[in-house]
Design a protein around this ligand. Structure first.
Ligand code: NAP
Length: 357
């Protein structure tokens, strides 16, 4: 099978580097173009990331000598790719402008950035939960007069731990959720070397994260009516987001109340039988199972469980009655794999399978 050629915008960053290691030997996609800020432009990739290559794996041979372009220089990238992944750190206005420019130039964009998450015709996709929202792409193309290009985003990393656990329970109508997240430092693009103040510490604030954790699920669980997204309004979410001294992995403690309270066995059964579209389609990055329930009373643990399903599975544990709402549990996902690069690659696989790329 001929592989699709992809570019990575923000290729030198924490998420960009994850894209590079995860796409090495990918069965459908091949990295053919790299772009970053003007600071890295014009350098060989291996030189541009010298001293900040975070992975224990070597830089893949096919990427090491590729020249890094300036993200703004679309002309240099345009003929080298079928689509791009976007993981740039810049202002929201700049990012929206870059991503629209790529789409306008017939290049589909699969983005990690938050800039376009609330754009009214941009789908925010968790492939297991709302693959049907991809139909908005046709409306987006029509709105802009774009023929081949489009922008699709994935949601914030904080919700990837608990929303997949709630999705198979929607038939029991969850109506209230209280979530406390314990989020790794790689979510801020940091390591212990670059973020020494986190050692022996917990910081009970991550700018903008609580709002994203509370609001993005409503778009993902929502519907499309009259060519527009309509948020789901059946659930209220309250989030406390904390930065903790873990390198990778976001753990969430969740309490939830249902309109139709299930038994504990029904919840465990729903999680066990959850086999949504990416797993049925056998997409290359789709973990099967996607939800793993651990019976041990001290799991999931960030360090032990974040790599489950190659970092793409969600590990759940400690399901028990809640004295305030109905049930509580803990859930964990890998923030830079499932929550960022891996999640975006899964979106691209779904797009390809459905004929959008
Ligand atoms: P990062 O490590 O700081 O990397 C930022 C990347 O953007 C680098 O490649 C950088 O290039 C490039 N860049 C910076 N300014 C630019 C500009 N003006 N024009 C073009 N490129 C520019 O950040 P990150 O952690 O990888 O995050 C990237 C994006 O993904 C952010 O929007 C973040 O919110 C989002 N995200 C991160 C995570 C996570 O877990 N880390 C999860 C989900 C989403 P240079 O190297 O040349 O400076």
């Amino acid at each position: 099978m001929k592989k699709l050629k992809c570019g990575i915008l923000g290729a030198t960053g924490m998420v960009g580097q994850r894209f590079i290691t995860l796409l090495d030997k990918h069965p459908w996609f091949e990295v053919t173009a790299l772009a970053a800020s003007p600071r890295s432009a014009g350098r060989k990739y291996s030189e541009a990331v010298e001293g900040r290559w975070f992975s224990k794996k070597e830089i893949p041979a096919n990427v090491r000598n590729l020249a890094v372009s300036d993200v703004a220089d679309i002309g240099k990238i345009k003929n080298k790719v079928d689509f791009v992944f976007s993981a740039i750190e810049a202002s929201k206005d700049e990012i929206r402008e870059f991503e629209n420019k790529y789409a306008e130039n017939d290049i589909p964009v699969v983005s990690n950035n938050s800039a376009h998450r609330w754009t009214k015709d941009v789908p925010m996709i968790m492939p297991e939960i709302n693959p049907h929202h991809l139909e908005m792409i046709n409306i987006q193309r029509k709105n802009h007069g774009w023929k081949k290009g489009f922008v699709v985003v994935k949601p914030n990393c904080s919700l990837q731990s608990y929303l997949p656990a709630i999705a198979p329970l929607m038939k029991y109508a969850p109506i209230e959720m209280i979530i406390t997240t314990m989020q790794a430092i790689s979510g801020a693009g940091k390591t212990f070397e670059t973020f020494p103040e986190i050692v022996d510490n917990v910081i009970p604030y991550i700018g903008g994260e609580e709002e994203k954790s509370e609001q993005e699920p409503l778009k993902i669980l929502g519907s499309i009516k009259n060519n527009e997204f309509v948020n789901y309004n059946g659930i209220k979410i309250s989030a406390h987001c904390n930065r903790v001294a873990a390198s990778d992995g976001h753990l969430a403690a969740v309490s939830v109340k249902f309109a139709k309270k299930p038994t504990k066995e029904e919840i465990l059964e729903a999680w066990k039988n959850y086999r949504p579209e990416p797993q049925q389609l056998k997409l290359p990055s789709a973990p099967d199972p996607v939800l793993i329930y651990r019976e041990e009373e001290d799991r999931p643990q960030t360090k032990l469980d974040r790599d489950a399903g190659n970092g793409m599975a969600i590990t759940i544990g400690r399901l028990r009655e809640c004295l305030v709402l109905d049930y509580r549990f803990a859930a964990l996902s890998h923030n830079t794999i499932r929550g960022a690069a891996g999640g975006a690659i899964l979106v691209a696989e779904l797009l390809h399978k459905k004929g959008f790329l």
